[in-house]
Design a protein around this ligand. Structure first.
Ligand SMILES: [Zn+2]
Length: 57
């Protein structure tokens, strides 16, 4: 199992890391706490988003 590079999900997708490391990628999408205002992606680790915004209101 390849380890995900320490980059934003937004960039990893462009690098085809999603296909290579799907399991690791999915872990970051579980129970998301933040959404990326730029790309609309969601993650439970705000450091993985290029423009994170908390989902909690
Ligand atoms: Zn983004």
């Amino acid at each position: 199992m390849k380890k995900l590079k320490d980059k934003e999900l937004c960039k990893l997708v462009k690098d085809d890391a999603l296909e290579e490391s799907l399991n690791a990628f999915c872990k970051l999408l579980r129970d998301p706490t933040h959404v990326c205002l730029k790309c609309g992606r969601a993650s439970n680790d705000k450091k993985r988003l290029c423009k994170p915004q908390s989902m909690e209101s």
